[in-house]
Write a protein that binds this ligand. Structure first.
Ligand SMILES: [Zn+2]
Length: 372
């Protein structure tokens, strides 16, 4: 996500805040302050503002705790987490890839809401014990208790990409054994929820005349977009069912000797055919891969002096795929920000080629143009 400020790591998981989140925290502090001002007319601004500020920050902590619950369960179950980002609609755990088993997905998805509900229950307990309308501690515990309960329950609503939608997907997936069908059903539920949110909040706005109710419209639209993206992805994956890495890597990276100078390489005929990566060989034996980026990063004045083996990436540093690797896994791999090329092996030994993101996109474009 762009314009994200890194905060540091918690449990080894990088945490960042998107600029849009500051807008929310300011808005929430303002809302809380005006609410505290109404509820406690005897309190002065010197009391309501700090209280609103502290509650706002603790709310931020609650959303973070929710995301950490997802992330910690994911890493515990062996699924790496790239980081957590807090943004305008809450938090996102950037989990490296989808779970391979329904129960793993179920546990990761349910962890967040369960933590929020537990936290909410504890805070309500604290509020119960400290009950006193003049006690600031009680007010904060009560407000956060409700907020966490609401956060937990809202996220359990059964529509993808909400946590509840993921839980639903995991359940359908475990019953039918069909991941794609489960995703598409959960995403349809997500779209349905979004429609209910949008129409409900517009109606609410019309009846109450309060523009803040329209906030839910934005949440609904966000939900609808995410659910539709999930559906599109499922359809896309369906379209490439049966396609393998071997097919995509065929003639993708042509072999060229490592002693070739960079200047020679860029002047050769095949550059006109917009070749995007090369398999660098040493006496015919593959030693590395050279995509276009390192050539671009090398100053033109050095092109006549550098051999391509000096700017290639060695095979050891590159991820390996099998010719039989399904296209869906390629899509997963190349979803990352700037992934290195992957080498494609036959039977785990023979290198048949390499693929870069550009090849994947080109392959998809060609198929699309052919109406396949
Ligand atoms: Zn969640």
């Amino acid at each position: 996500m762009r314009s994200t400020i890194r905060l540091g790591k918690i449990f080894g998981i990088p945490v960042g805040i998107n600029a849009s989140w500051f807008l929310v925290i300011v808005l929430i502090t303002f809302l809380l302050e005006s609410q505290f001002g109404l509820e406690f007319p005897r309190w002065g601004a010197d009391q309501t503002w700090p209280l609103a500020g502290i509650t706002g920050l603790l709310f931020f902590g609650s959303v973070l705790a929710h995301e950490l619950a997802h992330s910690v369960v994911a890493t515990t179950l062996g699924i790496p987490v790239r980081g957590i980002t807090l943004f305008v609609f809450g938090g996102i755990s950037n989990i490296a890839h989808e779970a391979h088993r329904p129960w793993v997905e179920f546990l990761i998805a349910i962890a967040g809401p369960m933590l929020s509900i537990a936290l909410g229950a504890i805070l309500m307990g604290v509020a119960y014990i400290t009950f006193d309308w003049n006690n600031a501690f009680y007010i904060v515990a009560l407000t956060l208790g409700w907020t966490n309960l609401a956060l937990g329950v809202f996220n359990l609503l059964p529509g993808f990409p909400l946590d509840g939608g993921r839980v639903l997907r995991a359940i359908i997936w475990s019953i039918t054994g069909n991941y794609r069908m489960a995703t598409s059903i959960a995403a349809r539920f997500g779209q349905g929820l979004a429609v209910i949110f949008v129409s409900g909040s517009v109606l609410w706005f019309v009846v109450s005349g309060e523009p803040l109710r329209l906030w839910v419209v934005l949440i609904g639209l966000f939900l609808f977009t995410s659910a539709s993206t999930a559906l599109k992805e499922v359809r896309q994956r369906d379209r490439y069912h049966g396609v393998t890495a071997g097919q995509v890597s065929e003639d993708s990276c042509i072999a060229i000797e490592g002693a070739t100078l960079v200047s020679e390489l860029v002047e050769r005929k095949f550059m006109e055919k917009s070749q995007t990566c090369f398999l660098v060989t040493d006496g015919g034996i593959p030693g590395g891969v050279l995509p276009l980026q390192p050539i671009r990063d090398t100053p033109k004045s050095l092109w006549g002096a550098l051999r391509i083996e000096q700017i290639m990436t060695g095979l050891d540093a590159l991820p390996q795929l099998e010719t039989t690797t399904p296209f869906a896994d390629l899509l997963d791999y190349f979803e990352d920000d700037n992934p290195p090329p992957a080498i494609v092996l036959k039977s785990g030994i023979n290198i048949v080629g390499a693929v870069t993101r550009i090849e994947i996109e080109r392959y998809m474009n060609t198929r699309q143009n052919l109406g396949m």
